[in-house]
Write a protein that binds this ligand. Structure first.
Ligand code: 4GY
Length: 246
């Protein structure tokens, strides 16, 4: 997967991209990220990338020309390229949209700032508008980082073989079960003794029950789309009778 990010703040990406799973994926060549400074395509003595809004009002609008020229400068890979603008007006990202986007060979991510980008950029250069959530950021950069991370994790080889995405219960539309590590007692709270029993079938069933319990309590909306097994349905039935889930 190739990502090209267009931004007026390219330095925001340099440290983030060096660390963690995404950093390693780049090192391994599984993911390629190029960051393009929109200002390099601005004109005039002041290299301005923004201007006052037609019709008046607060703030500034990103000019169409620099973004358009920056986009033209991006080399298109052999394959399918998709150009996305990060904005709260976009289609809201979730795990299934991430899977869909992972099918492209190249994603060009345009990061806006100020009050937004000139509408004609969206009309002439943008294939889709994407939002990472219903809140307002100061720019699209954090959205681009979230998107690159979420999509990279879906690429084969990016997560170590021992931890595939498919065992992630979130991938099935459920919340994760609680995790414990040493010490066995912390602030008077014990690790559930079952986890020390060595009975792997009992542990699997307990974890699945905890996942389902949490999802029912915190995110019942997720259950509608979740991929539930016959066993899950039995667990949910018994939780309805006994919500503590003994
Ligand atoms: N939410 N999801 C988001 C955002 C900031 C003005 C356009 C979001 O993706 N991006 O809030 N972006 C705005 C700021 C210009 C981007």
């Amino acid at each position: 997967m190739k990502f090209d990010v267009l931004t007026i703040f390219p330095e925001m990406f340099s440290s983030y991209l060096r660390f963690g799973i995404l950093g390693r994926a780049i090192e391994k060549g599984l993911v390629d990220v190029r960051v393009v400074n929109i200002r390099d395509f601005a004109r005039g003595r002041h290299k301005t990338t923004d201007d006052r809004p037609y019709g008046g009002g607060e703030g500034m609008v990103m000019k169409a020309g620099p973004i358009h020229r920056a986009l033209k400068s991006v080399e298109r890979v052999n394959g399918k390229t998709h150009v996305a603008l990060l904005s709260p007006q976009g289609r809201r990202l979730d795990q299934s949209i991430a899977w869909e986007l992972s099918g492209w060979d190249q994603l060009i991510l345009v990061c806006g700032r100020y009050e937004g980008v000139d509408e004609r950029v969206r009309l002439t250069c943008i294939d889709s508008e994407l939002s990472i959530g219903d809140y307002i950021l100061s720019g699209g950069e954090l959205g681009a980082m979230v998107l690159m991370e979420v999509i990279s994790r879906l690429i084969p080889g990016v997560l170590g073989g021992e931890r595939s995405n498919l065992e992630d219960s979130f991938e099935e539309g459920l919340l994760e079960y609680p995790q414990y590590t040493r010490p066995g007692v912390f602030q008077g709270k014990e690790v559930p003794p079952l986890l020390l029993s060595g009975d792997h079938e009992k542990i699997r069933l307990w974890r699945r029950t905890e996942s389902l319990k949490r999802t029912v309590e915190r995110r019942p909306d997720l259950l509608k789309k979740a991929r539930l097994t016959p066993e899950d349905k039995m667990i949910l039935d018994s939780l309805r009778k006994n919500p503590e889930g003994s």
